[in-house]
Design a protein around this ligand. Structure first.
Ligand SMILES: [Zn+2]
Length: 255
């Protein structure tokens, strides 16, 4: 199977691959607490694993991930109260995205995909792409961005939450979805005996600054992760990767 990871290629290999105009994937993650059972790099591991799965299918190249992300918020990531949650300011993230697009564009690349795995990154990635596109003014340049979980179908979510207890993607932090995907892609990094079963966080529908730690359950998981399984991870990964590949072929006319 052809290697898709940029970090493992030499420049002559990359030069040859670029003649086929592949989509360049940039996984976007964070360094953020993910409960007592998952490592701080979950959003990097999962965005990279999912991007690699799709890139393998459509002949893309996966560039190194953005390992830091926009600030963890109490209602979607548990906030900044836990050791190891390292946040970027929004403008820093946007400018990193802008600079990366500039650089790939300088090398003649016209198909880029920001493959996001950290909820709070969304608008700052969008801003970085918009700044770059506005500046570069190349009508042939096309940049796609999304959060991979937005591709989960209702049918998939029914299989992952058979008792109909899916709450919201924001509350799924370090819970059934992320734990199942980690059990599928990186089982050796999941402390199974520590999977938390705390009740759902119940934050009000607003933010307060400075943030209130009472919004976040002590485990750091915003809702129970007890129903997680490797099979659920595989179901989500296979379905989302197939649908992302279809969307990317449509967007980029890729093989
Ligand atoms: Zn996460």
């Amino acid at each position: 199977m052809q290697n898709v990871l940029l970090s493992e290629m030499t420049w002559p290999q990359l030069k040859e691959r670029l003649t086929r105009h592949p989509v360049i994937f940039i996984p976007c993650g964070a360094t953020e607490q993910h409960g007592p059972h998952l490592p701080l790099g979950v959003d990097v591991y999962l965005s990279t694993a999912m991007a690699t799965k799709v890139a393998t299918e459509i002949g893309g190249i996966v560039a190194p991930a953005l390992a830091y992300g926009y600030k963890s918020m109490p209602r979607s990531g548990g906030g900044s109260f836990f050791p190891g949650t390292i946040n970027l300011d929004g403008s820093t993230l946007s400018h990193m995205v802008r600079d990366i697009i500039r650089e790939w564009s300088r090398h003649g690349v016209q198909k880029l995909c920001f493959f996001d795995g950290h909820f709070e990154n969304q608008w700052f990635i969008t801003e970085g792409i918009d700044l770059a596109v506005r500046e570069i003014r190349n009508p042939a340049l096309k940049v796609m961005r999304f959060e991979y979980w937005d591709f989960f179908t209702t049918q998939t979510l029914q299989q992952v939450f058979p008792s109909g207890d899916f709450s919201s993607i924001a509350l799924e932090h370090a819970a059934v979805i992320e734990t199942s995907l980690m059990l599928h892609f990186h089982p050796d990094l999941v402390r199974k005996e520590l999977i938390p079963d705390n009740p759902s966080a119940n934050p009000p529908p607003y933010d307060v600054f400075p943030a209130d730690p009472k919004f976040t359950p002590k485990s750091g998981a915003l809702i129970t992760a007890a129903g997680a399984s490797p099979l659920k991870g595989k179901i989500m990964a296979d379905q989302a990767a197939a649908d992302i590949a279809t969307a990317m072929r449509k967007t980029f006319d890729a093989s």
